[in-house]
Write a protein that binds this ligand. Structure first.
Ligand code: GTP
Length: 330
């Protein structure tokens, strides 16, 4: 089976991390997010993938010049302009001549979903499309789905107002689509599969959904991106990569954090629940808590960074207090 991974979004909620790097090329414990997604597909027998590219496509092509990601060969379709999720699927499916049912994945979701079970369910129900569902505590940020007993989707409501959600099962961002879905997507404007195509298919009663309770995380916000890193660090995922190698002074305190390769942490610095990309410098006595620092960030002596996201190459002067801020790259 062919899997199309959507990786063309702007990733605005993760700015400034995504100002220079597409979301799926950001590191999760030192390994680009796309490799986590593709390795999971490989574990479930997927042998070829397509990347639906839009924002900064060159980052992917430069990182995987031999045409393989995590050992799996990939094709690309590069959209000339943003087309939305359904528009991206249509564009790539036509470019890649997909004439059989295929998988679609949001490239910013990390999951241990059983893909084989989703495919079998799709075939048994003779569905036109099947969505993987996940139960979450707060469904208001997602597409909420209700189904009948046989799994046919009754309602698909994108981001319902808080406390008015008809269920807590949400669209988990992995789908099986028959090629007939492509004809449902207009090509004259951007189209969202979540807001437009799926609600219409629910009305046509051709859309099915299967709930799973495996590991699942949407990495779209700084808090969730941090969580993705800490989940790997604490072994909440099956796979655990070798952690990056950084130089940490013996008197520094580093807890629940990922420090990128080539970074230096000086004496008496304190780092908690944070992710530092490669080549950062944290000077003596600085404190970093609940934050993400992009590559090559300099933090001066005694500075404090808390609940913040710092962009590529930023310089935080000695003694600064950065709290709940996003600092764009210079
Ligand atoms: P935000 O701007 O922070 O909402 O992030 P995003 O641009 O990634 O949007 P969102 O999280 O809703 O996207 C879900 C998935 O679809 C991600 O993997 C995106 O890369 C992808 N995506 C969103 N829009 C497009 C698009 O127009 N083209 C392509 N190829 N992928 C898209």
């Amino acid at each position: 089976m062919f899997a199309l991974v959507l990786v063309g979004g702007f990733g605005t909620r993760l700015r400034p991390l995504t100002e220079h790097t597409p979301k799926q090329m950001l590191p999760i414990c030192g390994v680009p997010m796309i490799e986590w997604v593709v390795s999971h597909l490989a574990d479930h027998g997927i042998e070829e993938i397509g990347l639906a590219l839009g924002y900064r496509p060159d980052a992917f092509l430069a990182a995987y010049p031999d045409g393989r990601i995590a050992g799996i060969p990939y094709k690309v379709a590069v959209e000339p302009e943003a087309r939305g999720t359904a528009g991206a699927i249509r564009f790539a499916a036509l470019e890649m001549e997909l004439n059989e049912p295929f998988l679609v994945l949001n490239g910013d979701v990390l999951t241990d979903l059983d893909i084989g079970a989703l495919l079998s369910f799709h075939q048994e129900r003779e569905a036109e499309a099947t969505i993987a569902l996940q139960a979450v505590a707060d469904p208001s940020r997602f597409g909420v789905v209700t189904t009948s007993d046989d799994g046919r989707v009754r309602e698909f409501i994108e981001k319902p107002p808080a406390n008015s959600s008809p269920s807590n099962t949400i669209n988990a961002g992995t789908y099986v689509l028959n090629p007939s879905v492509i004809a449902r997507i207009p090509d004259t404007r951007p189209v969202s599969i979540e807001r437009e195509t799926f609600p219409k298919m629910a009305l046509a009663e051709t859309l099915f959904a299967l709930e799973s309770d495996t590991y699942w995380l949407d990495t779209g916000t700084p808090k969730q991106f941090l969580e993705a890193n800490l989940d790997v660090l604490h072994g909440r995922r099956r796979a655990k990569p070798e952690l990056p190698v950084a130089a940490v002074d013996a008197t520094a305190q580093v807890e629940d954090s990922v420090i990128g390769t080539g970074s230096h942490i000086d004496a008496e610095a304190v780092i908690q629940r944070s992710v530092l990309f490669n080549d950062c410098r944290v000077s003596r006595g600085a404190t970093i808590i609940d934050s993400v620092l992009s590559e090559n960030v300099y933090v001066g002596e005694g500075a404090t960074i808390e609940g913040s996201v710092i962009g590529l190459g930023e310089r935080i002067e000695a003694g600064s207090q950065i709290v709940d801020q996003s600092r764009p790259a210079p």
